[in-house]
Design a protein around this ligand. Sequence first.
Ligand code: SAH
Ligand code: DHB
Ligand code: MG
Length: 233
Amino acid sequence: MKKGVFFPLEPKERNKAIQSYIQSRFAAESKHIQFARENSQSHGIKNIHVPSHIGKLLYILTKIHKPKKILEIGTLSGYSALWMAEGLPIDGKIISLELKPENATLAKEHIKIAGFENQIEIRVGNAPILLQEMIANSEGPFDLIFIDADKENYPKYLELAILLSKPGTLILSDNLIPKSGDVSNPSPLDRVACSLHEFNTHLSEHPRLESILSTTIVGEKTRIDALGISIVK
Ligand code: SAH
Ligand code: DHB
Ligand code: MG
């Protein structure tokens, strides 16, 4: 039998080959998305944006769901927002929240170059406070909410996201498997694993949610992570 490219490889190398197989065939970046990624790198932005295959998944889910209003928690330099924007209906809007002004400035630059300045609004500040303000000002409900900021606040983000939702809202949550630590039974000292344990428990048991964690290979080390996909009842 003819051996494929994946088979002679050790598991880690095989995962890398599978990841690049998928990314090279299914997750080609538009020139503006590519520019945003490369320009962020040259500005010394930490490489923590979603991988291209998750960007493509966000794009596909946006195209299927046709949201008029998207809320993103955690902009960084706009990479994931641009993937969603490319799948957005022409009358769709994205509000994206970012703590660091320097990230927001770079994101705005990338959004302008890509021609989405009328569709993506960046708000600078601490997301729990910005979200409370949005609730107080009745800025919801959103059709799609993407949670991708500080993991310690994930349980709070879920609670606030549900308050900004309606039946049918799609809630997507990045990085639900922590890099280290046991999410199924976390050490009380591991704050990230504890938050994600609590978050995943709510995602699974919340009476207003139907959810799945979709596993994915991410990063140079090809570790397993998961994207949460939830629909609000
Ligand atoms: N969604 C982005 C990546 C986000 S990385 C992408 O895939 O392209 C996480 C971001 O959340 C960082 O930019 C970080 O500054 C921001 N962040 C962290 N804590 C925050 C908070 N409390 N409020 C708002 N943003 C926060
Ligand atoms: C990291 C990765 C992420 O996807 C994120 O949203 C935040 C942090 C990280 O690797 O540190
Ligand atoms: Mg992330």
